[in-house]
Write a protein that binds this ligand. Structure first.
Ligand SMILES: Nc1ncnc2c1ncn2[C@@H]1O[C@H](COP(=O)(O)OP(=O)(O)O)[C@@H](O)[C@H]1O
Ligand SMILES: [Mg+2]
Length: 381
């Protein structure tokens, strides 16, 4: 038994004893109020206390006798019913023990499990051991288990992420080392090697910046600086940029006439939508069409940005996975990329109160739909 048990035991035991004594005194006082000229004296001692006064009913264990004297406390103590006191002590000890155990035992169990969790074992579960109590301790145990489960999966996903990051950073670093080695062997290759170094450095910088953005959005550290944005203008700008970089891309943009306003942070939303448009161009066939449609739904109060391409899409079981960092479709292995784009899109869209969904089209094609809530004042226009 721990210290808490004995503290609780002592407190409860004293509380029970004092309650019993108080109740006893109150009963005695009540009797005294009702029969002011009578005094309760235990039967085995009445003769000692009042030898000259016979008991009114000698068959009874307890009797009332007239007394004109003040209560004699010493005699009362001597005549105290000690068997009742022993009984009271034993029952109080039993109840105090049970109560103290029912409180201290789950706390002790929780403490032991917390120590085990602090040592790194997050697979332990405490609720099966204390759920029988069906009280707040059972809830505490369930909350502890849930916390351990979440922490475990968070740690797993972070170490997964770390593994992917180091893996993704190794390839550009290896190429930089190769470029440097090449210049050392042949100084004439200085120009092309420096270009390679710059390219790889830019790639790494972009990847790290995107990762940091995901971490910030995930942790909720980043407070969005929202303003009302003209979504049609934003989309036209993105399409213009992508088209400029890939002149032969066939991008069709279909937008309603009305102005569409959404409330959000410009650069983030721009990046989220751009990732999807770039993917459609990158993974679609060389001369395939990319159709972007902007729809506004008054019924649901949202705006939908639909991006379709004519590529092969992803395997059905990959549809959810591709929104996780560093997860790439099997057919994407030959195409340049890190698998961060869609994870970022998802985080940004969700931070703006929306959601994103991907689906394969029949017979061929891939579609990503971004749902975002309309700004309150969006009906203007
Ligand atoms: N339009 C698309 N068509 C086919 N597959 C796609 C498309 N967009 C995304 N994907 C799949 O989703 C994966 C994750 O995409 P993303 O996060 O943008 O990373 P990356 O493009 O760097 O691989 C891609 O690797 C690819 O397998
Ligand atoms: Mg991408």
């Amino acid at each position: 038994m721990g210290r808490l048990f004995w503290k609780l035991f002592a407190a409860l035991f004293l509380a029970l004893i004092s309650t019993v004594i108080t109740v006893g005194n109150i009963v005695q006082w009540e009797l005294h109020q009702k029969h002011p000229h009578m005094q309760k004296v235990p039967s085995q001692s009445w003769s000692a206390a009042n030898r000259s006064t016979p008991a009114p009913n000698s068959q009874n264990q307890t009797g009332y006798v007239h007394s004109s004297n003040e209560l004699n406390y010493v005699e009362l103590l001597l005549n105290f019913p000690f068997s009742a006191l022993v009984f009271c002590l034993i029952t109080s000890a039993i109840f105090a023990g049970i109560l103290a155990w029912s409180i201290s035992h789950p706390i002790k169990l929780l403490l032991e499990h917390l120590k085990t969790a602090a040592d790194g074992n997050l697979l332990i579960r405490v609720s099966p051991k204390i759920k029988v109590s069906h009280d707040e301790f059972a809830e505490l145990g369930a909350a502890f288990d849930l916390m351990a489960l979440r922490l475990n999966s968070m740690i797993k996903s972070q170490s997964n992420m770390l593994h992917h990051v180091s893996h993704e950073l190794r390839s550009p670093l290896a190429r930089i080392q190769m470029a440097v080695g090449l210049v050392m062997q042949n100084p004439k290759k200085m120009q092309s090697s420096l270009q390679r170094v710059e390219l790889e450095a830019v790639r790494m910088e972009k990847m790290i910046a995107e990762l940091l953005e995901i971490f910030r959005l995930e942790s909720g550290m980043q407070k969005l600086q929202k303003t009302d944005l003209d979504l049609k203008g934003l989309l036209a700008g993105i399409v213009g940029d992508v088209q400029f970089e890939k002149q032969d891309a066939r991008i069709h943009l279909d937008m309603p006439d009305k102005v569409i306003l959404i409330n959000g942070q410009l650069e983030l939303l721009q990046r989220a939508i751009e990732n999807v448009v770039r993917n459609a161009v990158k993974y679609g066939p060389a001369l395939g069409k990319v159709a972007i449609e902007l729809q506004r739904s008054e019924r649901t109060g949202e705006v939908i940005i639909e991006v379709q391409d004519q590529g092969n899409g992803v395997e059905q079981q990959e549809l959810e996975q591709i929104f996780k960092p560093f997860i790439r479709g099997r057919s994407a292995s030959q195409i340049d990329g890190h698998g961060i784009g869609l994870a970022m899109t998802k985080h940004i869209v969700e931070a703006h109160g929306g959601y994103v969904k991907a689906s394969n089209l029949s017979p061929i094609g891939f579609m990503v739909r971004i749902h975002l809530p309309l700004a309150n004042k969006s009906s203007a226009g």
